[in-house]
Every structure is written in C-alpha cells, then in structure tokens.
Design a protein. Structure first.
Ligand SMILES: Cc1ncc(COP(=O)(O)O)c(C=O)c1O
Lengths: 146, 415
C-alpha cells in the first residue's frame, strides 16, 4: 500500500493546476509526443532565442496525471535555461527513472525529483518520461537542421 | 432442442471460488473478465490429463493413442456444437481465438461472395478483431465498409439497422454483446431482415457465449465467433460456427497439413469441413480444456449463471452510479450491461484509476478496449472498464466501489 502516497501533493498539484499547460506565443519549436499503448499524448512547444535560451515553453494534451504533471515540472525546470543545460537535466531525469542518478544530481531536478519512485513501477515509466523524451527529440531535431 | 427439466448443481459462490487457485492464493478482486477469465482446476486437470494419457498427433496415427487423441478432439467439437445448439458438429471449426475466427470468415466468405462495389456493414461498436478483417477483405475485393452507428446509449434499433442496409450490402458483421457497453443486440431480428435481402450475417460472440445461453439455430446467424479463454478454457482455442453449406462452399483460409484429402502436383482435393479450415496440428489440449469448461458451466446451467451475473451487475451499477463524478457508458438500465461497466471519473485519467485500484488489489481495464473507432465516435479518449463473471462476489464489487470513491480526493479534488 505504500505507493498509494505516490500520488503526492506535488504531483496532483501539477496535474490539477499546471503552470504551463497552454499554448505559448512566438513558438519556434513544436513536437507531438505519443505513447501509443496507453494513449498519452502531448504537444510540446518551446520558444528558443538566438543564444539558445529556452525563453518559454508550454504543452497541451491528454493523458494520465503522471504524464501531464511530469511535463509541467519539466517546463518549470528548463524555462530560462539554455538547451544544453535542459538536455543535461533531462539526462539526469531519465537516469533517475532507471535508478542510476546520484543524490546530488536528483536534487538538481527540484520538484521533478518526486517522480523518483517511478523506477519501481515499470508500467508507469513511459508516462513519466513522455515530456522529457519529446523535449530531447525536439531540440535534437532542430540541431540536425542547422 | 426442447428443454427437458435438467437437474443443476446449486450455485454457491464460496464453493465455486474454491475451484480457482488464484482466489485461494490471493485477495485480488479480478474484475477484468471481458479480457480473459480465470480457469478452474477441473479445466486445467482435464487438459493435463489429456497430455498425460492421450497425447499423440490426432488424425495422423493408426495406433490407438492417436485415435484416442482424435476422439478427445472430436468429442470437444460435439460439446461445443451442443452448447450453441448447432445442427451438426461439422459446423464447428476450431481456431486460436475469436480474432482468428473472424479473420477466417472475412477472408473465405469474402473470397466466395464479395464483388467490386459490394458493401459490408460493420458495427461501430466492433472490437478491432471484427472490423479490421473486413476492411482488409473490402480492400482485396474492391468493396466498401459502411458503419452501423448506435445511439449514445449503445442501442441499435431495428429501424436504425434497416436504414443502414443498402442495395449493395452483401455482409453484416456485428457483435452480440458489445465489450464496451455490454449491450445485447437483437441479432435474431437483424439476421432475419438481412436474410430477406440475401445478406450474410456474421456475429461476434466473444462477449456473449461465455455469459448466456445462445442457440444459433434460433438466432439464425450464418457465422458466430468466440474465444475459449473468455469462458474458463485455455488461451489459444477459439471457435467459428458456420452454416455447413457455406463452410463447404468457401475456399480455405490457411493451407498445409491435415486440411487436404489428396495432393498431386496438378490438383488439390480439400478435406471435408471442418477439417478444410484446420490446417496443421490442431490444439487438442485447448479443445479438451474448452470441453471441460463447457461441462463446468453446464453443471450450473448457462441461464442460472447469467442470473447470478445479472444480480451482481445490477448491484455494481447501482453503487457505482452514486459515486460523485462517475459516468457509466451505455444504457441507464443496469440489466442491459451484462457484466460490463465501462465508465469515466471526471478529471481523472483511466490509467491513474486503474493504477490506484491496483494498489487496493482490484484489477480493472483502462484504455480503449480495442474499440478506438467507437470511443472516437463517443468523443471519449479512453475509459476504465470493470467486467464481471459469475464467480465474482459482492465483496469484490464493494472493494471496487470503495476504491473508486476515494480516487478523486486522492488526486487532489476537494469532494
Ligand atoms: C467483442 C470482442 N470481439 C473479439 C475479441 C477478440 O478476442 P480474442 O482476443 O480472444 O481473439 C474480444 C476480446 O478482446 C471482444 O471483446
């Protein structure tokens, strides 16, 4: 029963009252991410300036609380940072999910660290990483085009 | 068949549950029976007994053991024919599951009767297994698939059915009980209307045969498909019932061993039905398990089990509908649900619901239930489904209801 508390206040709050679940102005990067097996679906938008700083970001979509809250926490974390830093944090997040990130690294994830226990719930991992994978793909794809 | 008064074993839920190892070992409330049921010891033992004492490749050997294997397989076929009141055992084709049965009939009947410009009418309620094979057949033959829509409560009236037919409709493919709404379609009336116009009628019985008495002669459908694993038998055994004259006229689906009479380099003579449709070594263990499953159900009587299930369904529906934020899909009359309650809980995603219920030891299904076109038509992205069988208990239903009642609060809502 211990993992019932998994739906903790941070997570439910990001799910019910997301700060970034909206389209943003001046988007210059957009990508849709889907988990076909469970139907989670988000469209992630970023506005990245010439200095590769993520000035703003938002998402719209439909999915379970974990997928939606995780994307919202990710945007909290990466807005204002540059693309490389965002990718570094995403790498930590994905390693946290696999159980191979250090305590210091996990601390850098701020609220997103509340998803660390997901590593014990294989059926929910895909939900948690959807936003992060979509973000990585989005910025990598953009780099390919330069 | 005229019903003589049969002597049935008195149904006692506690006794029944002792036959299922899972229920003795764990406290899980298993409420995903529309996906697959559990299997009682009697069924598992029958299959094991076959492999321990009668195992040989049926049809192939001259020796006694092979004959015994053949007999076991053919006995199972007779048992299935009796269950659904087919006229002859030859009208029963064994397959892997309902999906394979529906692929078989879509392919072989399609080859026999479909011409360019013909139309196939398919229910919008259909499981992908009774939709995609028809789309494939249509593509192959230059035919077209039309959809038969229900109203928002999942009902198809006689009028709606008749209206959906056209001059060019050649085949109708429709489920008897929907795996989303649980609603029972009046196939007898629909098949009669179809036949008056020379249209073939294919029924999906995956959610009906396990739960009620079905008499195919009375229903009048040309084909009926179902799976053993949704009615206490092993995974990997399924059935296609087909009218003999149609099965005889249809070309084979899979070819190879056991389905031929003679093969020369110039000519193939196919085996008589049903063997023409059973290429390769058959799943005798599975057929034996299905036979034992039918015996298990028959000792209580399909109609009695249906009554037990209906009582549980009504009990569950009435409790569930009182939960704040719940919307149950389909009919407002619990008796229309036949063990299936598909629902939404406002503001909570089905995967979160199923996950939280799992923490409480309650297994339900979340997702699109292999009926994406239906959910799209209902403008419902995905749902949660609790599905009952006769062995479920009110206590298990209570646990579902208690779990569900707490979820909105757990997810941060203030009610
Ligand atoms: C109505 C209906 N048709 C067909 C199927 C397919 O059954 P199977 O997966 O055993 O082939 C199912 C089961 O999921 C079903 O509910």
């Amino acid at each position: 029963m211990e993992s019932r508390t998994f739906y903790n206040e941070i997570l439910t709050d990001h799910n019910l009252h997301p700060s970034h679940k909206a389209r943003i102005e001046g988007t210059n990067m957009t990508l849709e991410g889907v988990n076909p097996s469970c139907g989670d679906d988000i469209i992630l938008e970023l506005r990245v300036n010439e200095d590769r700083i993520i000035e703003d970001g938002g998402f719209v979509g439909d999915g379970c609380a974990i997928s939606q809250a995780s994307a919202d926490m990710m945007l909290d974390l990466i807005i204002g940072k540059n693309v490389e830093e965002a990718k570094r944090l995403s790498d930590i997040f994905l390693r946290m999910i696999k159980g191979s990130a250090s305590e210091e690294e996990i601390e850098e994830l701020e609220e997103a660290s509340c998803l660390r226990d997901i590593s014990h719930m294989p059926s929910r991992v895909k939900c948690a990483v959807l936003g992060w994978h979509t973000m990585e793909e989005l910025v990598d794809h953009e780099e390919d085009e330069d | 068949m005229t019903e003589t008064k049969k002597k049935y074993k008195t149904f006692d839920s506690k006794e029944v549950r002792k036959d299922f190892a899972l229920f003795n070992q764990s406290n899980l409330a298993y409420l995903d029976n529309a996906a697959t049921t559990q299997r009682p010891n009697q069924v598992l033992e029958a299959e094991m007994n076959f492999y321990q004492r009668k195992n040989a490749n049926p049809f192939r050997g001259i020796y006694d053991l092979s004959v015994e294997a053949t007999d076991a397989y053919e006995e199972a076929r007779k048992k299935v024919a009796n269950l659904i009141h087919a006229k002859e055992a030859e009208e029963i084709v064994f397959t892997r599951n309902a999906s394979e049965s529906l692929n078989l009939v879509a392919y072989s009947l399609g080859e026999l009767v479909l011409k360019e410009g013909d139309e196939i009418l398919v229910g919008i309620t259909e499981h992908h297994s009774n939709m995609l094979p028809w789309r494939q057949a249509a593509k192959r033959k230059g035919a077209k698939v039309n959809y038969l829509y229900t109203d928002e409560k999942g009902e198809i009236t006689e009028e709606a059915f008749t209206k959906a037919l056209s001059q060019r409709t050649k085949i109708v493919a429709l489920t008897q009980v929907s795996n989303v709404f649980g609603r029972l379609n009046d196939l007898k009336t629909f098949a009669e209307i179809a036949h008056q116009r020379g249209i073939y009628f294919v029924a999906d019985g995956a959610q009906s045969i396990p739960h009620r008495m079905v008499d195919v002669s009375d229903l009048g459908v040309d084909f009926l498909a179902f799976s053993g694993h949704k009615m206490l038998a092993s995974m990997g055994i399924g059935v296609l019932y087909g009218k003999k004259e149609l099965l005889e006229a249809m070309p084979p689906f899979l070819t190879g061993g056991e389905m031929i009479e003679t093969v020369s380099l110039e000519k193939i003579t196919y085996a008589p039905v049903p063997h023409k449709f059973e290429a390769g070594t058959v799943n005798t263990g599975g057929a034996v398990s299905l036979s034992a499953a039918i015996d298990y159900l028959n000792q209580y009587g399909m109609e009695n089990l249906a009554r037990v299930e209906e009582e549980l369904t009504v009990y569950a529906y009435e409790k569930m509908e009182r939960i704040p934020g719940i919307r149950i899909l389909g009919s407002d009359d619990p008796r229309d649900h036949h063990g299936i309650l598909t629902f939404q809980l406002e503001g909570v995603h089905p995967h979160d619901i199923a996950y939280i219920l799992n923490q409480d030891g309650v297994a339900v299904r979340a997702g699109h239930h292999c009926a994406q076109p239906l959910l799209k038509y209902l403008k419902t992205p995905s749902t949660t489904r609790a599905s009952l069988y006769f062995y479920n208990t009110k206590d298990e239903v209570d646990r579902l209801i208690d779990g569900l009642s707490k979820i909105r609060r757990e997810m941060g809502y203030l009610d």
